[in-house]
Write a protein that binds this ligand. Structure first.
Ligand code: WTA
Length: 624
């Protein structure tokens, strides 16, 4: 297979030349890269500018490209190396073995009546079976719907029913950080009240299966998966990705940005529950036949050196992680890093949120030994793959995601929002809100996507950004009502939905505030039905709030601060004035803000006082 590296260590001048050409002649650029895909029938062109279609006429299969072709050529090469909760817990799965796992799972799915285009739920920890299950869906043309195993039963139930999943693949239990998590129990709790519950398939107990190794050959219009993510509404939305155009974009970005070589050992610390775990764990590394290391434990259990230990044991050359993980590990004594030989590392990556200067410097100096460039990759569930990343030069700018990938034309709008005006193959195809995937035509979901995400032909990212004289782009963060907690994208409205269900609560408003480790955390303003609350009553409601967010969303969604207020600032039409709430929660005075639109401005001094007296949830937990 072609591992083309002409684009790898280019200098600035050559980069801009290739970049300009990729925008002017997109078909030519992508024709070269589509050769990395093994085609059943090769498309004649990569991109048809007139119709906006990618890979028209092409026929192939993502799983074939990620697994079968390598199982033929390098059957014994490790495809996945898994580390469990304890340092000695390790499994190695060769490409041949992975192929057997995949065929077994897809045979079971077929036997249970799953067909091309059906939705298959997946709720599993980071184990090789999770990747095998995703690939099994890809093999038969079913769409996988992975739900992060940290989400609650209720959150799982919502996603399964909205997408009308036919079956849900899961396992009995998982160990993380020394605790046993009963995964299957959550799935059972999720389906119990569903009108049309999906059939539960426990991958631990598949039993004897009649093998059926057929591959569904897909065209450019077929889809690969649906993955839910948060936006401004109270419900998460399902993002639908194509199979072939998506894999072209994901594979090409991976190859170029991480400068991959056949013997690289790649370790990404994300989870299959997020888009990073889809694009750059389950798909891109396997597509190129690389060995990929996965880890289902906690980075600090039993000690804060799990990542560094794994890098040393496996001679990891490319390490892709997140600012929140880096910040939390930076807090520990350096001896945890220094006891390990990290000299195998060549390239580092970061994704999920802006990386602050101190974390960047520590990552560069202490983990990368000053040798490894940091690929600060900016992208989103919707973009499918990486959109902005620096060049691999060592003249890097900490905290600056940097340059657009080839074929990407970023434009910063007047209000400071990053938009993208070009077309690229990785962009999602459709989006599903409260109505089902199966219940709606693809056309309907595609139209909703276009309506919600585009303005004057430009894709709206929802992120604020600035661009320097070199064309390097720095991301400031979300401009909409999305909170990024430890790189987990959650909507403030989802929190409010959960909190407003509590009997004692009249209404609430949740905003983001900065957090040293998590990047951001949730700050909840709560108006209770009773005006005067005793400290005990407040603590009691606060406990219910933590329980409610855990139940509706998951443990990752705990608000860290709760302020009880008499009312929320509102406009004449009753809209909550969020920018004032955000400013006050961030310690600013409302006096410097534009409060003209607030009709009940007498509440503002009370808000400021309440923020000073807000309950900090860790303290609150001690009250239990
Ligand atoms: C944020 C994750 C700054 C951003 C792949 C985006 C980042 C949201 C970066 C998407 C980065 C991701 N620098 N911010 N390198 N990477 N983000 O959909 O706000 O889970 O809109 O996709 O994460 O989150 P999502």
């Amino acid at each position: 297979m072609l591992l083309e590296h002409e684009l790898a260590w280019v200098d600035e001048k050559i980069y801009w030349e290739i970049y300009e050409n990729s925008l002017k002649y997109p078909n030519e650029f992508w024709m070269r890269h589509m050769q990395d895909i093994s085609w059943k029938k090769s498309p004649e062109i990569a991109f048809d500018e007139r119709s906006g279609r990618w890979l028209p006429g092409g026929i192939s299969n993502v799983c074939y490209n990620c697994i079968d072709r390598h199982a033929e050529k390098t059957p014994d090469k490790p495809a996945i190396v898994w580390y469990g909760d304890m340092p000695g817990e390790r499994r190695e799965i060769s490409f041949a073995e992975l192929q057997r796992m995949v065929v077994r799972i897809s045979s079971v799915l077929r036997a249970r009546g799953v067909k091309k285009g059906d939705v298959v739920g997946l709720y599993m920890p980071m184990i090789p079976e999770a990747i095998a299950a995703m690939q099994a869906c890809a093999r038969m043309g079913a769409l996988h719907l992975v739900v992060f195993a940290g989400f609650s039963a209720e959150a799982l139930a919502y996603r399964l029913s909205v997408s009308q999943a036919k079956v849900i693949l899961t396992v009995s239990a998982a160990n993380r950080g020394g605790k046993r998590i009963k995964v299957l129990d959550n799935v059972e709790a999720a389906v119990v009240n569903m009108e049309r519950p999906p059939e539960i398939i426990n991958v631990d107990t598949l039993g004897n299966v009649e093998l059926d190794d057929r591959i569904a050959w897909l065209s450019e219009s077929d889809n690969l998966f649906v993955l839910y993510t948060s936006g401004s509404s109270g419900k998460p939305k399902g993002i639908i990705h194509s199979a072939l155009p998506y894999i072209l974009y994901v594979a090409t970005t991976f190859k170029v940005i991480f400068d991959i070589k056949p013997n690289d050992v790649y370790f990404c610390t994300s989870d299959v529950g997020w888009i990073t775990g889809h694009s750059y764990i389950a798909y891109a590394p396997l597509f190129f036949g690389l060995t990929t290391v996965i880890f289902s434990g906690s980075p600090t259990y039993p000690e804060a050196d799990r990542y560094w230990d794994i890098i040393e044991r496996e001679h990891v050359s490319i390490f892709y992680s997140a600012p929140t993980a880096i910040r939390s590990l930076q807090m520990f004594n350096r001896k945890f890093v220094e006891r390990h030989d990290l000299s195998s590392l060549r390239i580092l990556g970061s994704v999920g949120e802006p990386i602050n200067r101190s974390a960047w410097q520590w990552y560069f100096d202490v983990i990368g030994g000053g040798r490894c460039p940091i690929m600060d990759t900016w992208w989103q569930t919707e973009t499918g793959g990486i959109v902005l990343a620096p060049l691999r030069t060592l003249k890097q700018k900490p905290g600056v995601a940097g340059k657009p990938f080839f074929g990407i034309s970023p434009k910063i709008s007047d209000n400071g929002e990053l938009t993208i005006t070009s077309k690229w193959a990785g962009l999602c195809r459709a989006v599903v809100y409260e109505c089902g995937v199966a219940g709606n035509t693809t056309e309907f979901c595609e139209n909703i996507f276009r309506k919600n995400y585009f303005k004057d032909g430009a894709f709206l990212t929802g992120d604020g950004a600035t661009q320097d004289a070199n064309g390097d782009i720095k991301i400031s963060g979300r401009l909409d009502d999305v909170i990024n907690i430890s790189g987990h994208r959650l909507g403030t409205a989802e929190f409010e939905c959960a909190i407003n269900k509590i009997d004692e609560v009249k209404e609430s408003a949740v905003v983001a505030v900065p957090h040293d480790i998590k990047g951001q955390t949730a700050f909840a303003y709560v108006v209770s039905k009773t005006e005067l609350l005793t400290p005990e009553a407040k603590a009691d409601i606060a406990k219910k709030i933590v329980a409610a967010t855990r139940c509706c969303i998951g443990a990752i969604a705990k608000p860290d601060f709760i302020a009880f207020v008499p009312d929320l600032p509102k406009t004449r039409s009753g809209k909550i004035v969020r920018h004032i709430l955000r400013a006050i929660a961030n310690g600013e005075s409302y006096e410097n803000k534009d409060v003209a639109s607030v009709v009940n401005s007498r509440v503002l001094p009370d808000l400021q006082a309440a923020v000073h007296n807000s309950l900090h949830c860790p303290d609150m937990c001690k009250l239990k």
